[in-house]
Design a protein. Structure first.
Length: 94
């Protein structure tokens, strides 16, 4: 959300709100949270942070989920993210 420029030793970063739905809520233990990613992050970067934060139980959910980035529903891990990403696992039957 906001670029943070710290000392020369650190890279600029951004906060992204991640909202979870369905099975992703169960695996993460929350409806939403803010994660810090490098400035200019991609969906792959956000997924890596989520995976490292919530462990192996999130991995199968992240692999089958679609993601809402802005107004775009995508599975393109190279997609740049903005201030919010919604994690949308298959809701029924996949």
């Amino acid at each position: 959300m906001v670029d943070v420029q710290s000392s020369e030793d650190t890279m600029p970063s951004a906060e992204v709100e991640v909202r979870y739905f369905a099975a992703a809520v169960d695996a993460s233990g929350c409806d939403s949270e803010y994660v810090t990613v490098p400035s200019g992050a991609t969906l792959a970067d956000v997924r890596d942070v989520i995976r490292s934060k919530h462990g192996a139980k999130m991995d199968p959910i992240l692999r089958v989920s679609a993601y809402l980035v802005g107004d775009d529903l995508t599975r393109d891990l190279g997609r740049a993210v903005g201030s919010r990403v919604d994690v949308l696992p298959p809701f029924a039957g996949g």
